[in-house]
Design a protein. Sequence first.
Length: 438
Amino acid sequence: MKDSTTPTTRSEHLFARAQQVIPGGVNSPVRAFKAVGGTPRFIARAQGAYLWDADGNRLLDYVGSWGPMILGHNHPAVVEAIRAALEEGLSYGAPTEREVVLAEKVLQAYPGCDQIRFVSSGTEATMSALRLARGYTGRDLIVKFRGNYHGHADSLLVQAGSGLLTGSGGTARSAPSSAGVPEAFAELTLVADYNDPEGLKALFAQQGEQIAAVIFEPVVGNAGVIVPTNEFLEALHRLTQEYGALLIADEVMTGFRLAPGGAVELLGLKPDLVCWGKIIGGGLPVGAYGGRAEIMQQVAPLGPVYQAGTLSGNPVAMAAGIATLDTLLTQPPYAHLERYGQALQEGLAGIFRQAGIPTTINRVGSMITVFFREGPVSTYAQAVASDTQRFKQFFHGLLQNGVYWPPSQFEAAFFSAAHTQTELERTLEVVEQVVREL
Ligand code: PLP
């Protein structure tokens, strides 16, 4: 049944070469497989639901470039839009119509936002949103949640999730989470527990008048999938309003993935600022932040909050984003993703139950995590109590059989519009075989 697996000689060779010239051989830590061991696959190409590694092994992809590839790899509409844009030049450092079009499309999906500014990554989006919140409120403190990840801006590398939870960088679970972040910066970042409204209330009672903003993942993906409780969401809105702090929904992962209007639409949120990335660039580097006009107009050149970028609003990236959002609108994959997700979740749960292996599977739409532990996972502490040894075996078993799951217990797996019944059956068949050997 193997349509992947060994040989991996070429990946090994490339990894050895990469380690000579790139720290750890990778340009983003989790790619190095540090949490699971072994050699990362070097990818040569991708199509639909599949990747092919440098040795020609086909891999059924559940990483989706960590979120952007909701339409599947190399979607013809996106490729065609990029090709057309290429013909017209790569970057001008001047405004273009495509920026206006993409801005209008994103804002249409987020009726609570009047204006948007494009940047080149999710990190830049959250970093800029924080600066704006501080500039707008005239306050310095920000609040983030333990295990949430918002990119690698200094203020946000405090008790952060994603690669920082698996020793893929920094000194996990201490504040700050990375060397090189001055204590003085970290002191301006208050850390609270996700899904703990009482904790948040206590924090605001102590320092609420100095808090510029609370930033949060509206559905957590970066500690594995964790779903917010209604009480927690209600407290976020109430406390930020009461104390005059801005609520920043980091929709870099969830925007256009959980619904066209992301988690904001799905959960009925009313944030002051929203951050986007991943899907809005269709696989090319794009991030953005937006909100009400009175806040956004504090940004340069209108206001005193400076933020700029040589490649911001890059025409080729805008073209990929426009084509992706157009396709999501004209052929919405959300019902399909929900059906696929439900069947995947039920199938996985059945296999683990039958094998007597304790797992908790959290899923929202096309984001899913199998936590290897008994009992619910609705807090960071519960997530990190998972059996990471077992996860490693699960991960490598899947990889050996051509299923590319995220190489960490604390990441969401993603599937796409290109994942069909064939991929679903194949996945469950492989998992069943792997679980027998766990
Ligand atoms: N915010 C969230 C919720 C993310 O998941 C990520 C990346 O995974 C980021 C921000 C940072 O985005 P980028 O990696 O594009 O800088």
